[in-house]
Design a protein around this ligand. Structure first.
Ligand SMILES: *[C@@H]1O[C@H](CO)[C@@H](O)[C@H](O)[C@H]1NC(C)=O
Ligand SMILES: *[C@@H]1O[C@H](CO)[C@@H](O)[C@H](O)[C@H]1NC(C)=O
Length: 505
């Protein structure tokens, strides 16, 4: 009996996959024409439904600021329906064999690969990053889905026979129940994919709230997950802002929350969610330092610095936004400026673009104000991207690569996370001084040292108090079999994202 049921289920799932390859076009957006504004749906109990909300938020193309769609702020009734669906689906999903859940994820990773370009297109349209960066965004998320397929080893428990004379001990890893995720705008595919695949493969059901600025990728990812055979209700998606966040923090049926985003929001969600007894993991802001030793390979180092500081227009928490040039390395500044000047700023879907626009006009204004503060507080602007004009995209939120030197740790442009294509440069005489600066900064997300000296590399990696450290690797984001970590103000919680700990079981 059981075998027959399983075969029928597998057949149903296969039929769905065939459907996908012929029809990927999103039902929540017209595929190619954005001339008429279209509404993003909610995903509730396996259906893409139009919200009844009377509060909607416009979605803009950051390269033009044209309105390309709108997203609802889900009503209380809709959010309740989404949670009820997650809760209803949980017992059967938790009882579904690990092997069957793994099969869903195995089909899912294939469908993501098959639709990678379409997901990337949606990211570039709504978020602004270049198509190459958008494909990287999907790819890094895909790696977590692939990692989730190893659930059969990740969920192993432990045993100890004869722990006393007549007693054996076993531990199991069990799903928690309904989990929720709140994602930021900067990685529309990768960060949601950090969240629901790991939780779901462990047998949890999931309520996702993507960023209201970039919902498209998440909606397509939900469709692909459904086509992979995830049962109705195992993933639900709501949209909104503060009310949706509070709803998630407070709702008694939600057992755990994953959050990535700003410090202000992260601290708030951590406090409010924890107060309601939830397990919360919050990855937050960053200020990542690259320490350049004079013995570094100059060519590689300058290229890596430019890529890591200005790639994705600096809108990533792992951007290498601060360089500390040690000793003679300060002589490389003019060459650094020359390389940064050569980067092509353009709409993300234009061939050859190295960096695209910032997400909103407000983000651009904030970044420009931080650059202004540098001038006022005595720093020097070696390369100024504030006045850049991009032909054909005069209304976009563009800021060109900017380099600020003579920066001191008490300046605003050093203290704040800029989140734009701005590299802040400090100088020190010794490695020890550089380490002191890095450890004195409130954030501890990532850092890198550029050197050919093994002793310097070892000293640095042992003495800095930062989540991830790169040696001649500018953006040291670990692959998913390792956890994404962070220190100090960059992380709140007890379990990190992905890695071996399977946080949500
Ligand atoms: C930073 O500190 C220096 C020396 O203590 C001081 O002269 C300067 O005004 C300070 N700058 C800011 C922006 O606080
Ligand atoms: C560090 O940066 C990543 C990648 O951009 C970001 O998503 C994450 O929230 C940050 N991690 C921590 C621990 O702060």
């Amino acid at each position: 009996m059981a075998a027959v049921v399983a075969a029928a289920a597998a057949a149903a799932a296969r039929a769905r996959i065939l459907q996908v390859s012929s029809k990927v076009n999103c039902t929540w957006y017209p595929a190619s024409s954005f001339s008429s504004v279209s509404s993003v749906k909610l995903f509730i109990d396996g259906k893409f439904v139009e919200s009844k909300s009377d509060r909607w938020i416009d979605i803009h193309n950051p390269a033009t600021n044209e309105v390309i769609g709108r997203v609802p702020q889900a009503t209380k009734a809709e959010m309740d329906a989404a949670i009820a669906s997650c809760k209803r689906a949980f017992p059967a999903w938790a009882e579904t064999s690990v092997l069957s859940r793994q099969q869903v994820l195995l089909r899912y990773q294939q469908l993501i690969k098959d639709n990678l370009k379409e997901i990337a297109r949606l990211i570039t349209l709504e978020q602004g990053k270049t198509l190459a960066d958008a494909e990287g965004d999907v790819f890094r998320g895909l790696q977590v889905v692939e990692h989730a397929c190893s659930v059969t080893s990740l969920m192993l428990g432990e045993t100890m026979p004869s722990i006393t004379k007549d007693m054996d001990l076993y531990s199991y890893r069990l799903p928690l129940g309904v989990c929720a995720g709140i994602a930021p705008f900067n990685f529309p595919a990768m960060i949601p994919l950090w969240m629901f695949p790991m939780a779901m493969v462990c047998g949890n059901t999931f309520l996702m709230k993507p960023s209201e600025r970039v919902p498209g990728a998440t909606m397509l990812l939900a469709k692909l997950l459904q086509d992979s055979g995830a049962p109705d209700g195992t993933l639900n998606i709501i949209h909104g802002q503060h009310d949706a966040v509070n709803f998630i923090c407070d709702h008694p049926d939600i057992k755990a929350i994953s959050f990535v985003g700003s410090n202000q929001a992260g601290e708030y969600i951590f406090e409010r969610g924890s107060r309601h007894g939830k397990r919360v993991q919050a990855n937050m802001g960053a200020k990542n330092h690259g320490v350049v030793m004079p013995d570094a390979n100059k060519e590689n180092t300058l290229n890596q610095l430019v890529g890591a500081a200005f790639g994705a227009a600096g809108q990533r928490c792992m951007a290498l936004s601060t360089a500390i040039l040690v000793g003679e390395a300060k002589k490389w500044l003019p060459e650094l400026v020359e390389r940064a000047k050569k980067l092509r700023v353009n709409a993300g879907d234009q061939p050859g673009a190295d960096l695209g626009p910032l997400i909103t006009p407000q983000a651009k204004e904030r970044v420009c104000n931080l650059i202004d503060s540098g001038t006022k507080e005595g720093a020097s602007i070696l390369l100024d991207g504030r006045k850049i004009k991009v032909k054909g995209y005069e209304n976009g939120n563009f800021v060109g690569p900017t380099i600020i030197s003579d920066v001191k740790p008490n300046m605003t442009c050093y203290k704040e996370e800029i989140f734009g294509p701005v590299l802040v440069v400090l100088e020190t005489e010794t490695l020890d001084e550089a380490i002191k600066i890095v450890n004195g900064n409130p954030y501890g997300n990532g850092t890198a040292i550029f050197t050919t000296n093994g002793a310097a590399a070892r000293k640095y990696s042992h003495l800095v108090d930062v989540g991830q450290v790169g040696v001649n690797v500018p953006i040291p984001v670990p692959l998913p079999m390792f956890s994404f970590t962070g220190s100090r103000s960059s992380f709140r919680g007890d379990t990190n994202f992905y890695g071996k700990q399977v946080p949500m079981s």
